[in-house]
Design a binder for this molecule. Structure first.
Ligand SMILES: Cc1cc2nc3c(=O)[nH]c(=O)nc-3n(C[C@H](O)[C@H](O)[C@H](O)COP(=O)(O)OP(=O)(O)OC[C@H]3O[C@@H](n4cnc5c(N)ncnc54)[C@H](O)[C@@H]3O)c2cc1C
Ligand SMILES: Cc1cc2nc3c(=O)[nH]c(=O)nc-3n(C[C@H](O)[C@H](O)[C@H](O)COP(=O)(O)O)c2cc1C
Length: 582
């Protein structure tokens, strides 16, 4: 929906204007809903999600289907699509959210959280709610976003219908059980389902067609292409993969992620078996499978789990580890653990003895890894392309490799199969309006979804302009996909292409440097309705690009810092500033 116009000379500052615009948009939505004639005055169930890569969004769709089975009319929205004013009118609210960054809200819940956590947030006495949180126990702030929302809603007087559940990476079973428990409780609120109004927005709730393939049942896809993209002189190894979709029926869209189910490095498996002093075919009681199989396909043996670290600390008598654990200095412990795998921990004390059962009980299940898809199904309906950096390093004299990236690079040959499944990400798409300009910032492997976007825009003959910022270390070795991007430039698919190779000159040049240099035009593209996308490294690049965006908007929009923040927040609300960062 278009944001209502607020005159330039109105007596509001930028943030107030942005808030007012949002408020008016919300009001407009409510008036539209009331005007539809379908409402009989009873509230629907709002299923609100915060999701970065689609998992929570998928659960929201599942909850919507379940809600319908209970006679409820669901309205599904991303948290950032909800204005606080509107929240105040909601009676039944089911929230499902992931956690991102370091215990933070996913991108599409950040503005909502800012507003909800403000001291000016209104009371929500009329609301009944439940929160389903998904996360990863490997992170310090496990399910922090869900916990914060749950606590804050209670503080504001809303009534918690059922206890929050915090789900780990294997979230499906726990999440579905929670949804099955929650919806009958919501159906009891406000006199039951028969009094609920049909809402026009409920049309949005169709669950995406569930693929037959998932984490537990991955599709065994043939790896058709495994090709090195980085030049020989590169300090990096980025590879291009193509997975054949065969008769899987998997349909994907540019912006989705493909999950790969890896197997561990057999050399590390053998070293561990040797260290445990057992035979490869020794059975592990609880699992009824040989240890070699469990260590190859069942459990994470590279990155040590918290449980293993705690057990080794207590039993290995290693002064460094004990000092770090007991100091509570997480950063120092992380630093010390950097590059160490489970074998390194066992080697801290050669006389430390663990049985196979004990060792396995201290490991986390081996997880799939997600990769942004680098092809468009319009151009490649039968294959999914990935662009993956192989993680390789030497530590304590032993060559190490990231589990999944080296599984793909070294252990799956072309023509062999690997387990894959799709995660749809409806929040990261090319603009529905084909005329809208697109600005993409994707250095390194961050280029992946933008290669897909460009293919998509070309195949769908979208007339909107496209601008790509790409970079890496050196042009000679790291300009991946140079040939096809050059052709896209010639063909007019790519209207602007700015490159930043950090090591090709004395001073460091990054994509954010290029954004600043071209700030005037960048701002003009945004003013022209441009959509701004970022993909790649979350720890530094995405933060620097965000700062550069604020600076460009301030300088060329004639705004102060507060005004620039309001402008960027408005881009987020309009889903014109989207990120796929990891
Ligand atoms: C939504 C999403 C999209 C993604 N898209 C892409 C993509 O398009 N392309 C891509 O390449 N990746 C992408 N990733 C990252 C990808 O999922 C994996 O995290 C990455 O491939 C590493 O996985 P791995 O199993 O190879 O390494 P892991 O076994 O998980 O090991 C990584 C760990 O190794 C350690 N480590 C790494 N380097 C060193 C070093 N030099 N010294 C010591 N220790 C080190 C660190 O502890 C690090 O956490 C994406 C991630 C997400 C969440
Ligand atoms: C870069 C990154 C940071 C993450 N940070 C956290 C975190 O701090 N706490 C947590 O519990 N989970 C964290 N997770 C795990 C996600 O919450 C989890 O993968 C979730 O299933 C993602 O759901 P979504 O696809 O709906 O965003 C993180 C995941 C990634 C890739």
């Amino acid at each position: 929906m278009k944001i209502p116009y607020i005159p330039e000379d109105s007596p509001f500052n930028q943030d107030q204007k942005a808030w007012l615009a949002g408020f008016l948009a919300g009001l407009q939505t409510r008036l539209l809903n009331t005007d539809s004639g379908s409402g009989r005055g009873k509230p629907p169930i709002y299923i609100l999600y915060g999701s970065q890569t689609g998992n929570a969004e998928g659960l929201a769709a599942t909850a919507a289907s379940t809600a319908k089975q209970h006679g409820l009319e669901p309205v599904v929205k991303a948290l950032d699509e909800v204005e606080l004013e509107e929240l105040g009118t909601m009676r039944r609210v089911l929230i499902v959210t992931s956690t991102y960054g370091e215990g933070e809200m996913p991108d599409n819940a950040q503005l909502f959280w800012e507003a909800l956590s403000s001291e000016h947030a209104e009371r929500l006495e009329e609301m009944s709610f439940g929160v389903l949180a998904i996360g990863d126990t490997g992170y310090d702030g496990f399910c922090e976003a869900g916990k914060n929302l749950d606590t804050r809603l209670e503080q504001l007087g809303a009534k918690r219908l059922l206890a929050r559940v915090d789900c780990d990476v294997d979230f499906e079973e726990a999440a579905n059980t929670w949804i099955e428990t929650a919806l009958p409780l919501f159906a009891e609120v406000e006199g039951g389902p028969d009094e609920v109004a049909a809402s026009p927005a409920a049309a949005d709730t169709a669950a995406p067609a569930a693929s037959a393939y998932n984490r537990k049942n991955p599709y065994k896809s043939v790896l058709a292409v495994n090709r090195r993209l980085s030049g020989e002189g590169s300090g990096k190894e980025i590879r291009h993969y193509e997975f054949d979709l065969g008769d899987s029926g998997i349909h994907y869209e540019a912006g989705d992620a493909l999950n790969v189910v890896p197997e561990n490095n057999p050399e590390l498996v053998n070293l561990l078996i040797e260290r445990l002093g057992i035979k490869a075919d020794a059975a592990v009681a609880k699992h009824d499978q040989p240890i070699a199989e469990l260590l190859t396909r069942g459990f994470e043996i590279s990155t040590p789990s918290r449980e293993l670290i705690a057990a080794v600390e207590q039993r290995a008598g290693n002064a460094d580890l004990s000092r770090l654990v007991q100091s509570g200095d997480k950063a120092a412990l992380e630093n010390w653990l950097w590059g160490k795998d489970t074998l390194d921990l066992l080697q801290l004390n050669p006389s430390l003895s663990l049985s196979a059962d004990e060792f396995v009980s201290l490991l986390k299940p081996l997880q799939h890894r997600a990769y942004s898809i680098s092809s468009s199904s319009l151009a490649n309906p039968d294959r999914i392309h990935l662009t993956v950096a192989s993680v390789r390093y030497v530590s304590a004299g032993r060559q190490r490799g990231g589990v999944c990236s080296t599984y793909l690079a070294d252990r799956v040959q072309e023509g062999e199969q690997a387990g894959i499944f799709l995660t749809t990400n409806k929040s990261f798409r090319v603009p529905a309006d084909k005329h809208a300009p697109v600005i993409m910032v994707g250095p390194g492997t961050g280029i992946a979804p933008f290669r897909a976007f460009l293919q998509e825009r070309q195949a769908s003959q979208a007339p909107g302009k496209n601008w790509l910022f790409f970079g890496d270390q050196t042009r000679a070795s790291d300009f991946i996909y140079e040939d096809e991007l050059t052709v896209m430039m010639k063909d007019g698919v790519l209207n602007r292409f700015d490159l930043a190779f950090s090591r090709d000159q004395a001073e460091k040049i990054y994509v954010q440097t290029r954004m600043r240099e071209n700030g005037k035009e960048l701002y003009a593209w945004l003013q022209d309705g441009g959509h701004f996308y970022v993909c790649g490294d979350a720890s530094r690049m995405a933060k620097d690009v965000d700062q550069a965006l604020h600076d460009v908007v301030a300088e060329h929009g004639g705004l102060d810092a507060e005004g620039a923040t309001a402008y960027v927040n408005q881009l987020k609300r309009e889903k014109r500033y989207l990120r796929d960062v990891y």
